[in-house]
Write a protein that binds this ligand. Structure first.
Ligand code: SAM
Length: 256
């Protein structure tokens, strides 16, 4: 019954499910939302420890199944697209924050991560299953092939770590690639920066990976402006640190 267009690969490996729950460590009193509960493999285990759980599911047939399977006083089902979902509407007790989890549909993982980045102030932590290659890009330090737009734009806002790798055999149907669990914790004090300005600099910088920064950023910064910002213009974009990108973004005229 899995639907490809909804990125449906259902987790079936019991050990992997246990390992994920142990990593998330749900505690009674947590306000948690699961994105894409599917048939409810993770949902069921999360609910063992929680008083209530919110879920956001796009596939209406799965929503009906979830409604039939679970006690709707404990499972609060939001039928719709997580990319459009306003996570700010979920009721969170005073002094507490939201925990976000999910075995995400891989076809929308980047836009979903960016959508969630606008809610960091409300969020305690996020645990996601993603393509291993995507997680590697998220957590990559400068200097390697994996370091790029996703690394800079997310490391600016989150402390992130790859927890463990999950093989295709843990799913039905098995995806074509390896997966990994990532933990994301919003930084309490991210470097001051305008997000659109950072996005503009990073997009331009990484549009030509094999060139030096001076050429990548031509039209945006002169060679002298790079030197003034304390950045060697002959660096390659993948060796420029987050702090240096933020420094450049802060020198751009404020984006609209
Ligand atoms: N959590 C289940 C599991 O681990 O077995 C299912 C994971 S499956 C990889 C992804 C789930 O996300 C599917 O249930 C799919 O219908 C749902 N989904 C796909 N696109 C979505 C979207 N834009 N918003 C919310 N859910 C979505």
């Amino acid at each position: 019954i899995a639907r490809k267009r909804f990125g449906q690969n259902f987790l079936t490996d019991k050990q992997v499910l246990q390992d994920i729950i142990q990593t998330i460590a749900p505690v009674s009193g947590d306000t948690m939302v699961e994105i894409g509960p599917g048939l409810g493999a993770m949902t069921r285990l999360l609910m063992d420890d929680l008083d209530q759980l919110h879920v956001v599911e796009l596939d209406r047939d799965l929503v009906v199944r979830l409604q039939k399977t679970f006690d709707q006083k404990k499972l609060l089902i939001h039928s719709g697209d997580a990319l459009q979902f306003d996570f700010g509407v979920l009721p969170v007790p005073a002094g507490k924050k939201l925990r976000v989890v999910g075995n995400l549909p891989y076809n929308i993982s980047s836009p979903l991560l960016f959508h969630l980045a606008s809610f960091t102030a409300l969020v305690q932590d996020q645990h996601f299953m993603l393509q291993k290659e995507v997680v590697e890009r998220m957590v990559a330090p400068p200097g390697g092939k994996s370091y790029g737009r996703l690394s800079v734009m997310l490391q600016w806002r989150y402390a992130m770590s790859l927890r463990f790798i999950v093989p295709p055999t843990a799913f039905d149907p098995p995806p074509r690639v390896e997966s990994a669990i990532v933990r994301m914790i919003p930084l309490e004090a991210p470097l001051a920066c305008n997000q659109q300005a950072l996005e503009q600099v990073v997009l331009k910088a990484f549009s030509m990976r094999r060139k030096v920064l001076r050429n990548c950023l031509a039209g945006m910064f002169t060679e002298n402006q790079l030197i003034d910002a304390g950045i060697d213009p002959t660096l390659r974009p993948e060796t420029v640190s987050l702090e240096q990108y933020v420094g450049l973004a802060n020198r751009l005229p404020v984006a609209v």
